[in-house]
Design a protein around this ligand. Structure first.
Ligand code: PRX
Length: 663
């Protein structure tokens, strides 16, 4: 490293340290002057008349039939929004922009791993979505049928989602990082009729055979009638006659015109499986009118979107809710131009994100704190080599952002001129819930600030459920909102039990702890259940445990989330082996491989700690709280309820030895 770089690094470090004492950052004046929303009165208006506010937001969509009732709350917590209204999601995302004469506008600047570029316009989407929608119809797909989608970040994933929406089929996207086993499980739970996948997927210069892997596990699924294969990488894909079809061939054979059919506002739009407290993933169900209203309104106002001039980049994967709401539906509803990047942040080089910002003159960047912390580690010199002056707004999502990373993002990427919107929400909420409005709200590093207009959040006392004005407690949402989940697919009871049992059917239990400060700002602390957040990827400890015990040598496993500098949380697994077997490095790798196969590589435990025994209550329940305490080096809580309190001393010793080895 040259002298000047060293000096630069040190002075940046010093500057960030100094900035840590700044409590709040007002919206920069030049930003405020051009902001879509700059009057705080909007909060008061929405608070006084939330239904009026949401109806106003819904009116920005194109409805084939206007709704009769904004909110039907006759049967809580099964709320309905915009009942009587009819609309088509794909028409709203695509056709109406073409009809308005902006079909030539780029919807996605797609960039492939090898540097390939494809500009997909709204007119392109209009053409491709219609053909594929007809092809799906030709395959017998009808409204309400479930269609699985297991695709990498290629434009066909958007076309597939919109084609489903066009004909009223319900998409069930599985993130490409999940294993084929996970795909199978999600297809089975949802009784999917069709699965859309790909020949192979590229990752960091290698091509993984996807179709062949899917075939290995999918064979005996009775409900799955058809597999559609997108030819993306050109590698050989085994095809089963009568069941499998190539995407390009069925599109070519299909009628080019598919009129959009209006569906009820409450017609299901998609299911997205996410992790809960148990090993069985939850099928979050979103419907059409309310979901689209929520994502369009938040995308527009939180990102201050000017569709004519902005180039927006959400660097998530379509397979997560962030991708559904803020790569696909939100941006398309608003006629935005987006960047879509196929690859990883470090391939072909660690500056690729900044190369893409410069290349496409991105004005808005929406990313996860994990990515930001990684870039921090790689150093400010890398982004410094590119022209990032096009950026005017930065967003953060998926996990708490530590103030230092927030300040680095603001300084190094945003050049001190871009407001940061730290957006808190969940798969269940469909759209952003707590966030600054960038032209109005002063930000504080590490705080998601205030509920979006029309959203009612509180921090409540854990035992009484009473709101806390200032202090820590459980985060709840106290009034329904249009983009809320409607139920857990085929599990209505679990839906009520998970979210509405604790404080009643009108109070949605988020599952996060939070703190409210003297200004009413919200600070999200983290999950209160057995959910871990690794690099913004949501996992259940039970899910990982059941994968680990599938290894033939494992007798028992307990998984916890451990704080991690890079990934927010990392998975640590306490594992008891069968009989006299010794825990060797080989067994560690085997266990990690089982987890990769059953769930996905991102779920592999970072640390495995061999335990002769696990801390259990007299009734045999593993006390994960104690494991978390020793893993974090905290003083142990109450151990008197343990069957054998001596277990803890042995484990503490193991952790100390392990740490000594790692150092
Ligand atoms: O714990 C919160 C955390 O991510 C959880 C939701 O995960 P998921 O459904 O996968 O959706 C992630 C993308 C919206 C939440 O319960 N979380 C999300 N955003 C934030 C956050 N924690 C702190 N700050 C955020 N901005």
């Amino acid at each position: 490293m040259s002298d000047s770089a060293t000096t630069g690094g040190e002075s940046l470090e010093h500057e960030l340290e100094t900035l840590l004492s700044v409590e709040r950052f007002d919206p920069p004046e030049p930003f405020k002057e051009q902001a879509l929303l700059d009057d705080p009165e909007v909060y008061e208006r929405a608070r006084r008349d939330p239904q009026g506010w949401w109806a106003e937001q819904a009116a920005a969509l194109d409805w084939s039939r206007e709704w009769d009732t904004v909110l039907d709350d006759a049967n809580p917590p099964f709320y309905k929004w915009f009942t009587g209204g009819k609309l088509n999601a794909s028409y709203n995302c695509v056709d109406r922009h073409v009809e308005a004469g902006i079909g030539d506008r780029v919807a996605y600047h797609w960039r492939g791993e090898e540097g390939e570029e494809r500009d997909v316009t709204y007119a392109d989407l209009h053409r491709d979505v219609q053909r594929f929608a007809n092809a799906l119809k030709d395959l017998g797909v009808a409204p309400g049928d479930i269609v699985g989608i297991y695709l990498p970040m290629i434009p066909e994933v958007v076309v597939s989602m919109l084609a489903c929406a066009r004909i009223g089929a319900v998409h069930n996207v599985v993130f490409g990082g999940f294993s084929a086993e996970s795909v199978r499980e999600r297809m089975e739970f949802s009784e999917a009729k069709v699965l859309i996948t790909v020949d192979g997927a590229r990752r960091k210069g290698r091509t993984a055979p996807i179709k062949a892997t899917v075939d290995d596990v999918m064979g005996d699924l009775a409900t799955l009638e058809t597999i559609v294969v997108v030819r993306s990488t050109g590698i050989d894909a085994p095809m089963t006659d009568g069941r499998d079809h190539f995407y390009d061939e069925i599109c070519d054979a299909a009628d080019p015109v598919c009129p959009p059919e209006p569906f009820d506002a409450e017609h299901p739009l998609f299911i997205l499986y996410t992790s809960g407290s148990t090993a069985k993933p939850k099928g979050i169900l979103h419907t059409t009118g309310g979901y689209l209203t929520g994502v369009a309104a938040t995308h527009r106002h939180v990102f201050d979107l000017k569709p004519e001039s902005d180039v927006y980049w959400c660097a998530a994967d379509v397979g997560w809710i962030t991708g559904h709401s803020y790569i696909v539906y939100g941006p398309l509803l608003n006629g935005a131009t987006s960047v879509m990047w196929e690859g990883a942040p470090d391939f072909p080089h660690q500056g690729i994100w900044w190369e893409l910002v410069e290349r496409y003159k991105a004005t808005i960047l929406y990313a996860a704190p994990t990515a930001i912390r990684t870039f921090m580690k790689w150093g400010a010199e890398l982004p410094g080599k590119y022209d990032l002056s096009s950026l005017r707004l930065l967003g953060s999502v998926g996990e708490p952002i530590n103030p230092k990373a927030w300040l680095w993002y603001r300084r190094v990427i945003g050049g001190d001129r871009c407001p940061i919107v730290d957006t808190w929400w969940q798969t269940e909420t469909g759209a952003i819930m707590i966030t600054p409005l960038p032209g109005i709200v002063a930000t504080k590093p590490g705080s998601a600030t205030l509920p979006f207009p029309g959203i009612f959040a509180e921090v409540v006392d854990e035992s009484t459920g009473e709101p806390i004005d200032e202090g820590q407690g459980l985060l709840v949402l106290t009034q329904p909102w249009p983009s809320m989940l409607r139920t857990l697919y085929k599990e209505d009871d679990r839906f009520v039990e998970t979210y509405f049992a604790r404080f009643g059917e009108r109070t949605y239990l988020v599952g996060d702890a939070a703190r409210k400060d003297k200004d009413g700002y919200f600070w999200i602390i983290g999950r209160i259940d057995d959910v871990v957040n690794v690099s913004g990827h949501r996992l259940s400890t039970a899910e990982v445990e059941s994968a680990i015990v599938a290894h033939e040598r494992v007798a028992e496993a307990a998984v916890i989330g451990q704080s991690d500098e890079d990934t927010g949380q990392a998975i640590a697994a306490f594992v008891t082996l069968r009989g006299e077997i010794e825990g060797t490095d080989v067994v560690v790798e085997e266990i990690r491989a089982v987890v990769a196969e059953r769930i996905g590589r991102f779920a592999r435990p970072k640390r495995i700690i061999w335990a002769d025994d696990l801390p259990k209550t007299r009734s045999g329940k593993i006390m994960r709280r104690l494991l978390r305490d020793i893993a974090e080096g905290r003083a142990l809580g109450d151990v008197t309820t343990l069957r054998d309190p001596g277990v803890m001393g042995a484990l503490e010793q193991k952790i100390k030895e392990g740490q000594a080895q790692e150092n």
